[in-house]
Design a protein around this ligand. Structure first.
Ligand SMILES: [Cu+2]
Length: 65
């Protein structure tokens, strides 16, 4: 499935890399794309949405509800 999350704390390309690495490390097999300008994280994954959210939060980012 595809999980799309708004992550307002994304400020630059480095944030995008940090988030991508966290998700791909914690949920191997996930394909992550980050829209820095739109502050959107799109993940193609077999993991649950909550697992993806946890990975993002674990590197200090916040998800908009
Ligand atoms: Cu940044």
């Amino acid at each position: 499935m595809t999980v799309t999350l708004k992550v307002p704390s994304i400020a630059c390309e480095a944030c995008a890399k940090t988030i991508t690495r966290a998700i791909e490390t914690q949920q191997p097999g996930s394909a992550v794309s980050v829209d820095v300008a739109g502050k959107l994280v799109k993940v193609e994954t077999t993991a649950s949405e909550s697992a993806i959210k946890e990975a993002i939060v674990s590197v200090g980012h916040t998800i908009e509800l």
